[in-house]
Design a protein around this ligand. Structure first.
Ligand code: VGL
Ligand code: ZN
Length: 239
């Protein structure tokens, strides 16, 4: 009985803000990681799959990154002729959906092709403490929106193992695009039992037929916390 009630109290205690400060803000600690999803030239103005206002996330992410000792980035990294490209399916156009062996796939313009300037990380990101860059979508026949698991829902990227081995418990997600790679990454982080936050103003969406609203409702249903960059304590590292 005592053990049971003790466990219940512990459980309640870990369900409030991870480490909140006297100002009520969230403080990133050594068990927190900031994941910066696909902040690449291809998703910005002039890129091959420009997300509306995609470039606006860069100053927000640069600012909050100062509060994190652990930062991981992802990079969409497709071979030429990738299965997610409309150009790989004669007669199909970008933004149509097709059925593949692993399920539904949105077809995209050719984007983030390995080694091209379009696939480079945005040059205005200044986050020197970044400890890992996870490339994804490099298998020609499988897409990967999530930083954790490819679209076949079988092939891991290795990120979960990395974060668990490093003792990470909380994941803060930022970047592009809210309704695809950010949402899938956040949902998989929950599935892997990380406390998961998405920093809304550090993300921008593509929005195909209401996909941004649908992504938020799914994330909230699964226990992902929706926060703003101003909810994070920047402390003395503030710029
Ligand atoms: C993404 C579509 C295709 C993303 C990547 O980063 O959200 N979206 N590839
Ligand atoms: Zn892609």
């Amino acid at each position: 009985m005592r053990t049971l009630s003790g466990a219940a109290i512990l459980c309640v205690a870990t369900r409030v803000w991870p480490v909140s400060t006297p100002t009520g803000k969230i403080k990133a600690d050594a068990t927190s990681v900031l994941i910066i999803v696909d902040v690449q030239r291809c998703f910005m103005a002039g890129g091959t799959l420009a997300v509306p206002h995609g470039e606006d996330v860069v100053p927000v992410i640069n600012k909050i990154a100062a509060a994190f000792e652990n930062v991981v980035m992802t990079q969409d990294w497709h071979p030429a002729g990738h299965v997610s490209f409309a150009s790989s399916h004669p007669g199909r156009k970008p933004f149509e959906t097709i059925k593949l062996g692993y399920g539904k796939q949105v077809l995209w313009p050719d984007h983030c092709v390995q080694g091209t300037p379009d696939a480079a990380l945005d040059k205005d990101l200044h986050i020197p403490q970044t400890e890992l860059i996870v490339r994804k979508g490099f298998h020609r026949d499988v897409d990967s929106y999530s930083a954790f698991e490819e679209a076949d829902r079988k092939t891991p990227t290795g990120l979960q193992g990395y974060l668990k081995e490093r003792g990470i418990e909380r994941v803060f997600v930022s970047g592009l695009a809210t309704d695809f790679c950010v949402a899938w990454t956040a949902l998989d982080a929950r599935k892997a039992a990380f406390e998961t936050y998405v920093i809304e103003d550090a993300c921008r969406g593509i929005d195909l037929n209401g996909s941004v609203a649908a992504a938020w409702s799914e994330m909230e249903k699964r226990g992902v916390k929706r926060i703003q960059s101003t909810d994070i304590e920047l402390g003395s590292a503030q710029i």
